[in-house]
Design a protein around this ligand. Structure first.
Ligand SMILES: [Zn+2]
Ligand SMILES: [Zn+2]
Length: 251
């Protein structure tokens, strides 16, 4: 069994405590998907010790996805972590981490194995699990991840992107698709301009790849009534849910 815990669901806004992040528990493999500011506080609130995290997967080097990683690693150090941490992300991530550690006179007391990956790469997570790397369509180089067990796609983590159109084979028959839904279908022009997706576009991808379930994610704070996005998506893909902070999904 696998369990997802959503730590945040919203596109960034000043003072946010809801920046996008998800914990994927896959037996003894515990992967944190993105690590924006404040992620460790929400990890604790959700009942996770940072020591339990075995892998961190970063989609891209925008602050709302990565600025919480250094504080998280420093807390792991304070707690006395000894086992290695695997950090997976785009080109530039290793330099960002090393320079930050140097500038902060911080020398992690445990190994940090950094894998800079590219679209098409497959990384083993151990215990029969792997992550396949895809290319998103955003304003900066951005990856999406598909966590697989054996032949099956368990979780597709696709955020900060225009809809993927044809290049979706990696996501075929995925159990849970977590997809960018920054904007309402009414604001498609904004989604195009800012390289995000609308609720209806997220639903279109879910349908195209024959997902079992869709979670609308990275939602703009401009919408007071998020159910509107849910209604829009459900017109195209019935088994859609809105991300909510600390929501859990069992697979
Ligand atoms: Zn973002
Ligand atoms: Zn972004």
């Amino acid at each position: 069994m696998a369990r997802l815990t959503f730590l945040g669901c919203s596109a960034p806004y000043p003072g946010s405590e809801d920046l996008p992040a998800v914990v994927a528990e896959l037996g003894r493999v515990v992967a944190l998907l993105d690590a924006g500011e404040g992620v460790q506080a929400r990890l604790f609130r959700a009942g996770y010790s940072p020591v339990k995290i075995t892998h961190v997967l970063i989609t891209h080097l925008h602050g709302d996805h990565v600025l919480g990683l250094i504080p998280l690693i420093q807390s792991m150090s304070l707690i006395g972590r000894e086992k290695a941490l695997h950090v997976i992300g785009p080109s530039g991530l290793a330099q960002y981490l090393r320079r930050s550690f140097d500038a902060l006179y911080f020398d992690p007391p445990f190994d940090i194995e950094i894998s800079e990956v590219s679209p098409g790469d497959v990384v083993s997570l151990g215990r029969g699990l792997s992550v396949v790397v895809g290319e998103a369509r955003h304003t900066v180089p951005t990856l999406y991840y598909v966590i697989r067990r054996g032949d099956g796609a368990l979780v597709g983590y696709v955020t900060d992107t225009r809809p993927l159109c044809g290049a979706v084979d990696l996501l075929r028959d995925v159990r849970v698709l977590i997809h960018d839904s920054a904007f309402s279908a009414d604001d498609k022009a904004l989604a195009q301009e800012r390289y995000h997706s609308t609720s209806a576009e997220a639903a279109g991808v879910a349908r195209l790849v024959n997902a079992e379930m869709l979670v609308l994610y990275h939602i703009s704070a401009r919408y007071n009534e998020r159910e509107r996005l849910l209604r829009e998506a459900r017109r195209f893909f019935g088994n859609t849910y809105l991300c909510s902070r600390f929501m859990k999904v069992l697979i």
